[in-house]
Design a protein around this ligand. Sequence first.
Ligand SMILES: Nc1ncnc2c1ncn2[C@@H]1O[C@H](COP(=O)(O)OP(=O)(O)OP(=O)(O)O)[C@@H](O)[C@H]1O
Ligand SMILES: [Mg+2]
Length: 288
Amino acid sequence: MTPDLMEAGAERLQQAQVRQVGASGGRSPGYGRIVVPGEVDVTHGRILYLEDVSVSFDGFKAINGLSLDIAPGELRCVIGPNGAGKTTMMDIITGKTRPDSGQVYFGSTIDLLRHREADIAAMGIGRKFQKPTVFEQLTVFENLELALAADKRVASSLAFRLNGTQKDRLAEVLETIQLTEHVDRPAGLLSHGQKQWLEIGMLLTQDPRLLLLDEPVAGMTDEETERTAQLFLSLKGRHSLMVVEHDMGFIRTISEKVTVLCDGSVLAEGTLDEVQADERVIEVYLGR
Ligand SMILES: Nc1ncnc2c1ncn2[C@@H]1O[C@H](COP(=O)(O)OP(=O)(O)OP(=O)(O)O)[C@@H](O)[C@H]1O
Ligand SMILES: [Mg+2]
């Protein structure tokens, strides 16, 4: 059997299992909790869980026995030298890259390694790449509207017509990303920082449980960086965030727990002060 067919089979099996869970109203009576299919189960206090994940590219271990977990509502910062594997880790979580070994779970029941990239996004993991990818000719509002309609449930039930709830949601997102007064401007006329916020807003229209943000303040002015810090602080709690950045001032403003990645695994974890005082971290990263 080809790997594709095996994967399709495994996926059907899992869907069948999910249906069964739905029919019985709970995953396992022994756990004494109800699991709704498609809902992320965070009863174990983790929204994301990676264990002993490894991936090699042409014999080079880009990710090497990586384990980490993130709590619901947490804002986790990830730092580390170039080539540490930060972007590759996000590629693995979002289904873009398949690891050679290890486990990756969304909540305690969704095995992300069994799902494709588009399904993972639809399940509530939003990803922001470094370069903004907004539609420059469309207005801010149209960009957000498109992002909302990209959600299949919305597109099929509404034929792209927004109802009151969705209009309220877009208005709320516009406020959050502070672009309300630019709602009718073509996105191409926004500053670099505003385009980044618009793209974050496009992710927010889907109300993702987990947001992965790769170098979100690269290329921003100091003022834009500060506003982005406040934006992220306002998002935590309602969403869980994993933020990769090299800008230490920014990390200092937003961070609680910081994970230092090096050579594809966790080198240190703690508050920024703790990891900055760690000799190994100074040697590989901060002392540059
Ligand atoms: N698809 C790929 N094929 C081959 N090598 C890859 C691939 N993706 C990543 N790598 C290698 O894996 C290592 C980790 O890269 P990654 O981009 O994850 O690092 P990073 O921590 O995001 O670095 P930076 O801070 O520069 O963005 C690098 O050596 C990179 O060249
Ligand atoms: Mg990177």
